[in-house]
Ligand binder design. Sequence first.
Ligand code: APR
Length: 243
Amino acid sequence: MKTKLANQHQHTGEIVVLTGAGISAESGLKTFRDSDGLWEGYNIEDVATPEAWQRNPALVQDFYNQRRKSVLEAQPNVAHYALARLEEKYKVTIITQNIDDLHERAGSTNVVHLHGIITRSQSSRNARLTYPIKGWELRMDEVCELGSPLRPHVVWFGEMVPMIETAAQICSTADLFILVGTSLAVYPASGLINYVPDEVPKYIVDPKIPTVYNVDNLTKIEAKASIGVPELVDELMKVDAEL
Ligand code: APR
C-alpha cells in the first residue's frame, strides 16, 4: 500500500490520532454500536447519564465495574503497539474516546482521554477530584475527601467534555491526522476533524468506513486496526522526515 504521504509531506511534525472503540475491539473489548455492541445489552439512559447515577447509582457502579474487569483482563493489541512505536520518530498525540488504558499500557506517552478513563474514580460532587482505582471494583461505600460517593471518572451523555478545547487545539496544529476505529457518531469528538487544516494528510482505518461524516478527503484504509494501523505506521516510519 503506497500512501500519498511519501511524496507530499516530508517534514511531518506532530501526528494526531483520534481513536474509538474499534481500536480495542481486537483486544476483546466490545464496541458500542457494532452488532453485538455494548449498547445492545444496556440502555444508555440506565447506565451512562447523570440522571442514571441519581436514580440508581449501584446499577451504574456495577456496569462500570464489569467494564473495568474486562479492561484489566484485556491486553493492548498490535494497533496500540504500532501507535506507540510512532513515538520513536514523531511527536504523537493520541486523542481517544475510549475509557480503557490500552494506549498507555502499549507505551504511548501522550494520551488525551476525551471521555475519561475507567481506571480512575472522581468525586460525585467535584469532577476535578480524581483518584486511582485499585483493582476492578469501585464500591458504593467509597467516598472522596469531601465525603461524597466516588463515581467512575468517565464523561456521561449530557455532560461537558472538559478536554474538548485542548483536543481541538491539538488538532489545529496537526501535521498528519489519523482516525482509527470510530463511527464518528458522537459529538463533540466527531467534530474534531473540522479543526484539522485542509492541507494536512488525513487517514482513516476502519473495516467499515463511517458514512455519517464526509470522509471524501481522507485516505481510506478499509481494514481492521490490527492490519491497517501497523501497515500505515510502517509507511510513516520509512518517510524521510525531519524531527
Ligand atoms: N478495527 C478497527 N475498527 C473497528 C474494528 C476493528 N477491528 N471493529 C469495529 N470497528 C469500527 C466500527 O466499524 C465502527 O466504525 O469501530 C467503530 C466503533 O464505533 P462505535 O461503537 O460507535 O464506537 P465509538 O466511535 O468509539 O463511539 C464513540 O460513543 O458511546 C459513546 O462514549 C462512547 O466513546 C464512545 C463514543
